[in-house]
Design a protein around this ligand. Structure first.
Ligand code: GAF
Length: 388
């Protein structure tokens, strides 16, 4: 990506040259969906689609952010607690405000303001973590430009805090962790309970990952995401009557089966079954990846989609059409929805020489069935948020 475009836009907006530029990726998740807030494992990676920023310092105490994705809308606010309240008219600025508030709380008050021009090529609301990308971007801008020291895992936690306490989404840590901690050509095997993690090389041989966006907008905060979190908490509470556990990620399917009588509610049992089985699948998938057993990895990824459809009920016809159509194509190892669900995106792992044909065929079926087109992106796996 040529950063000249960013610098030019910065200068056009703020009438002065930019000091520095930054990039923050989006993420995909190979497997481990809706396991993060259940203290389970995830296996995501950072992708080359993401958010860029150009930065310039100011001598006053104002912060001005211009978004190239919001018709060059400029929002200006003063540093200081009261001005960092939520802005009801410009929802996009709240990710910046939350992070600026929490990073200051964690370190020290900012002693001057700044200007920021932000632009991203990550489709917004497509389940590829555009919000975590922004949160980690502003986190990096603050640590670099104000010489603040925040450990990158802690920064991911501040991003999660922004979602949970500022935005109002009860999300887990996966997205911010993947975006900030990503490593080129590797996926991150993360235990969300202990935050212990390992990088595993993404050895897919002659296969590549294709991202398929449904182009159906999903608003996580307005959707049933928070309901799923609550349902899992209820199921955990019921199990805690007899089991010394903190999260659903602490048990396997056998234990869940044995104690399922405590849950005794069809919906809660289905939610728990997904959280527990998905965590086990994720562990097995990383073993399959290390053993270079791609067939097994593929079966586990397909099974993840089935579980998200039947037990977790977060797929919907758009994501199901993409996954089910993908499964029927030549040269396809596997496919499944990723992220929160209810729209957003799916991934497919496809033989490199079949990718074009795959996109045409799946695209045609999708458009015929759903009534509008899906978008396809070939993902490169890149490093986490950094200064350019
Ligand atoms: C969203 C959330 F932000 C993540 O924390 C995670 O729960 C994911 O949905 C589902 O795995 O992206």
């Amino acid at each position: 990506m040529n950063t000249q475009f960013l610098k030019d836009n910065f200068e056009k907006t703020f009438n002065e040259p930019a000091f520095d530029t930054f990039f923050s990726p989006g993420r995909i998740n190979i497997i481990g969906e809706h396991t993060d807030y259940n203290g389970g494992h995830v296996f995501p990676c950072a992708i080359s689609l993401g958010t860029y920023a150009a930065y310039g310092s100011r001598s006053d105490k104002q912060i001005s952010v211009c978004s190239g994705n919001m018709n060059d809308d400029v929002v200006t606010f003063a540093i200081g607690d009261t001005s960092l309240e939520k802005d009801p008219d410009h929802k996009w600025i709240n990710y910046f405000k939350g992070m600026i508030a929490y990073v200051q709380e964690e370190t020290k008050p900012l002693d001057h303001g700044f200007n920021l021009y932000v632009w991203g090529n990550l489709p917004y609301g497509a389940g590829l973590s555009s919000s975590a990308s922004i949160e980690m971007l502003i986190g990096k801008v603050l640590t670099e430009e104000f010489n603040l020291s925040v450990d990158p895992v802690r920064m991911a936690q501040l991003g999660q805090k922004t979602e949970n306490e500022f935005i109002g989404l009860s999300s887990g840590i996966m997205d911010q962790f993947a975006v900030n901690m990503g490593k080129k050509d590797h996926a991150i095997f993360l235990d969300c309970a202990s935050l212990k993690y390992k990088y595993l090389p993404l050895n897919l041989g002659d296969y590549e990952i294709i991202i398929m966006s449904t182009n159906k907008k999903h608003t996580l905060a307005d959707s049933a995401y928070n309901d799923r979190v609550r349902e899992c908490q209820e199921a955990t509470k019921k199990l805690q009557q007899k089991l010394k556990i903190e999260h659903l990620g602490d048990i396997n399917e056998e234990t869940l089966d044995e104690y399922s009588y405590l849950i005794n509610d069809e919906t809660l049992l289905k939610r728990a079954r997904h959280a527990v089985s998905e965590n086990q699948r994720t562990i097995k998938a990383t073993e399959a990846m290390m053993d270079k057993d791609l067939e097994k990895l593929g079966r586990l990824i397909n099974a993840s989609h089935v579980s998200l459809h039947f037990d977790y009920e977060v797929t919907g016809k758009e994501l199901d059409t993409l996954a089910e159509t993908a499964w029927r194509q030549d040269g396809v190892l596997c496919a499944r929805m990723i992220g929160g669900g209810f729209g957003g995106s799916a991934i497919a792992i496809v033989k490199e020489d079949k990718a074009k044909e795959f996109e045409e065929k799946v695209g045609a079926v999708y458009e015929e069935k759903i009534g509008y087109a899906a978008s396809f992106y070939e993902a490169k796996i890149v490093d986490g948020t950094h200064k350019l």
